[in-house]
Write a protein that binds this ligand. Structure first.
Ligand SMILES: O=C(O)C(=O)C[C@H](O)[C@H](O)COP(=O)(O)O
Length: 316
């Protein structure tokens, strides 16, 4: 029997400090320490849904790097870290300025993770994967990180491994103009593209969600998935359009919902399930992520997926 396919991903994961109380950060008396990074969030989400994930990254030779490795490994992800003694592990800080709004600051310029190199991702690991997932954050980190993304995507294509690409625009890292050019270079190399409607507009110009998906698909990908937050999502798959409503929850922190959505979608994709299953699991995983303050801690395990539909407040 062939082994179950794994999803390979790579990128920068940082230590994450989050103010425990609502209010201005200079007045936060206590902070919680964890980790966060788009691709490792996706890897954890996949792993919780029963799909083997492999995450490659680079950290400093420091305590925060140790934390990053330990947390991701503890989730069962196969972690391949290159330790870089000449740069620190990056840091991300979340301020909860109002109960409903988060502000994220990055301390990652020159970080070890931003120096990720092609030598950190074994070509054989790419060749053996069922899917390669990359994010548009990586090329924003440094020219070397951008070259690494190109190397990995090219290797995946040479070996016939499908590529998933989440645009993941971060305005703190680069301008929409810079990002748009890179997105348009990478999209044609991907099989599945994820984008919020605002992110898709950076790549292909403003338009209605369906039109955005069509413009992305016209560049080459067979699946264009537009994430619409509280308005759900739509996917254009081999020319057919599928829509998904969002699951309404009392959100306390939406950061991480996009990554959770991608993990849910890809978990069903790699397991051979159809478009509607991919989208409905994605909507559920995205909703779960909004219920807890951390980026990924609230991501569901497969047996928990139906909980959001239950009316029973206690199970025993
Ligand atoms: O790696 C980065 O640069 C990050 O920004 C980590 C983010 O906390 C997640 O990627 C969450 O992103 P969403 O799921 O879209 O809310």
């Amino acid at each position: 029997m062939k082994p179950a396919p794994y999803v390979l991903t790579f990128g920068e994961t940082m230590a994450l400090m989050r103010a425990d109380q609502v209010g201005p950060l200079p007045h936060a008396s206590t902070m919680s320490l964890g980790i966060g990074g788009s691709e490792s969030n996706v890897a954890i989400g996949l792993q919780r849904l029963g799909v083997q994930a492999v995450w490659c990254g680079r950290t400093g030779s420091d305590a925060l790097g140790e934390l990053v490795g330990r947390e991701i490994r503890a989730e069962g992800v196969d972690v391949r870290i290159a330790v870089d003694p000449s740069a620190p592990t990056g840091l991300m800080i979340k301020e909860r300025r109002t109960p409903a709004t988060q502000r994220v600051s990055y301390y990652r310029a020159g970080s070890a993770g931003s120096r990720i190199a092609s030598t950190d991702i074994d070509e054989q690991l790419i060749a053996g994967a069922g899917l390669l997932h990359v994010s548009g954050i990586t090329p924003a980190l440094s020219p070397q990180a951008e070259a690494t993304l190109r190397y990995a995507v090219d290797a995946a294509r040479i070996h016939g491994v499908p590529v998933s690409f989440d645009l993941n625009f971060r305005s703190n890292l680069w301008s929409a103009e810079e990002a748009g050019g890179i997105y348009r270079n990478i999209i044609p190399l991907a099989d599945i593209v994820f984008a919020g409607d605002d992110e898709a507009a950076i790549a292909v110009g403003a338009g209605e969600p369906e039109e955005l998906a069509r413009r992305i698909a016209a560049l080459g990908p067979s699946e264009a998935v537009i994430k619409l937050g509280a308005d759900g999502a739509l996917a254009l798959i081999n020319g057919a359009l599928f829509r998904q409503e969002a699951i309404t929850v009392d959100a306390i922190d939406t950061v991480g919902a996009g990554d959770a959505f991608v993990a849910g979608y890809l978990a069903e994709y790699i397991s051979g399930r159809g478009p509607q299953d991919r989208l409905s699991t994605a909507a559920a995983t995205g909703a779960f992520a909004c219920l807890v303050p951390g980026d990924w801690e609230g991501f569901p395990r497969r047996h928990e997926l139906p909980i959001l539909q239950t009316r029973e407040p206690v199970s025993r």
